[in-house]
Design a protein around this ligand. Structure first.
Ligand code: GDP
Length: 436
């Protein structure tokens, strides 16, 4: 329970072993006792006390730890409600923490990210955001924009000083710097998305090219952390793997594993669909044989996709190499491996890192945009920076530029929640589960 009256309500249903006046109980303490109704003991519980403002919501709070199970928990909840508490809405605790100013909107959103994290890295990013790294970056950018504003206002107020050209170039430099920072944040969204969802990867190749051998080599990698998910269609399995720090979502691993006689069944249509939805295609070929008709068909299928071509079986005599025109047409990333001997696999990871611009610094970077709301606002701010720059170039009056500058401040304010409508707040917190 959170709120001004929560200790009063608690007092009506909880009898601590050594009863003390609530004013004498310190925050951050736990009391042992019974939940009692009409003299009957309902359960033996522990109650934690948090006194305002030192609590999650900054309000008085208490947490009743009862025995688990549906009946008791429901009963205690009912008793709280009967004695004056209201049922919390989804995310209401975090919402109060936000409305009471303990955390900003970015931090509130990161609570959902932490709860829903599927990988350690995702959780780590969420925690960083909860700690306020992103908020700090936004506030730094805001400070820079304020400096621009000050510069403009001085010029508006003292038109007798003929500083126009100097001011113009100063303001232009400042806007340039802000734009760079915002664009970096915008780009971090792609990384954020990769961290959240993994790079959706499809391994394609004709039968016997070595798909399942490669898949096994990837999944059995020492440092691979594998989580299996049921795919979007019933007969597929998606596997979330983090290898060498690269989060991959491997699609249709079941199809590959059972490939022996399923190839026909899997069919070209389905592959087409999977390839279409993939972020990355790993196309594997048996380099100990000339390209077959099927290989060529596959090359047709993956045209235009981000592709790594893997020439497998390089332990055998090679019939195809990276100079092959048909392969070069599709991709510059051509890697030779032996899935059997597990050589060259590392080169594939390095190539993925290169293709997606993922280095440890990018992935471990503290500041990552993780949701579309944040990204849209960053985009809007960038647009307004561009407009301000244009206005400046056209030598329009400074007070017109000031309008765009104010818009940028507003966009940034909406990200952290300083300026935000109730609708948006409601929408954000409706994504929470109850009790958070
Ligand atoms: P898939 O049908 O594409 O999944 O191919 P598999 O992974 O099942 O491999 C087909 C056959 O090629 C198997 O007998 C593998 O042992 C063999 N194979 C796979 N990779 C290599 C390799 O790098 N070198 C050699 N010599 N044989 C391989």
């Amino acid at each position: 329970m959170s709120g001004e009256n929560c200790f009063e309500i608690l007092d009506k249903i909880f009898i601590p072993k050594h009863k003390k006046n609530i004013n004498d109980i310190k925050g951050y303490t736990i009391k042992y006792g019974n939940i009692v109704e009409n003299g009957n003991i309902i359960d033996e519980v522990l109650v934690s006390y948090f006194k305002a403002p030192k609590s999650y919501t900054t309000e008085n709070m208490c947490e009743i730890n009862s025995h688990g199970g549906n009946i008791i928990v429901k009963k205690i909840l009912e008793m709280c409600l009967e004695n004056g508490a209201n049922l919390a809405e989804p995310g209401e605790f975090t919402k109060r923490a936000f409305l009471n100013g303990r955390i900003d909107l970015l931090q509130a959103e990161s609570v959902i990210d932490v709860i829903n994290a599927k990988s350690e890295r995702e959780a780590k990013t969420g925690i960083k955001q909860l700690e306020g790294y992103l908020s700090k970056e936004i506030s730094n950018i805001k400070q820079e924009i304020m400096d621009v504003m000050v510069n403009i206002e001085v010029s508006i107020d003292y038109p007798e000083y003929d500083v126009d050209d100097v001011t113009n170039s100063q303001i232009s430099d400042m806007l340039e710097s802000v734009q760079k920072k915002l664009e970096k944040l915008e780009k971090s969204f792609d990384n954020g998305k990769i961290i959240k969802e993994g790079i959706k990867t499809v391994i394609v190749g004709r039968p016997n090219a070595g798909k399942s051998s490669l898949l096994n080599a990837i999944l059995k990698e020492d440092r691979a952390i594998v989580t299996q998910y049921e795919g979007t269609t019933r007969d597929t399995i998606e596997e979330f793997v983090t290898v060498n720090g690269i989060p991959l979502k491997l699609v249709d691993t079941a199809g590959i594993r059972n490939a022996e006689d399923e190839v026909e069944k899997i069919g070209i249509e389905k592959s087409r669909e999977e390839i279409k939805n993939a972020d990355l295609v790993i196309a594997i070929f048996d380099a100990s044989e000339d390209l077959t008709k099927e290989d060529i068909e596959i090359l047709e299928l993956i045209k235009g996709k981000k592709t790594i071509i893997v020439l497998n079986k390089n332990d055998l005599e090679q019939k195809v190499d990276e100079k092959n025109e048909k392969l070069k047409e599709i991709s510059n990333s051509i890697i030779k491996i032996s899935a059997l001997n597990k050589t060259g696999i590392e080169d594939i990871y390095n190539e993925i890192s290169k293709l997606f611009d993922l280095n440890e610094i990018n992935l471990d970077q503290e500041i990552v945009i993780t949701n579309v709301r944040q990204k849209n606002l960053i985009n809007k701010a960038i647009e307004n920076v561009k407009k301000a720059k244009e206005t400046l170039k056209e030598k329009m009056p400074l007070d017109i530029i000031a309008i765009f500058i104010k818009d940028i401040l507003e966009d940034l304010g909406s990200i952290t929640g300083e300026i935000v409508t109730d609708d948006i707040i409601d929408e954000i917190f409706s994504k929470f589960c109850l009790g958070k």
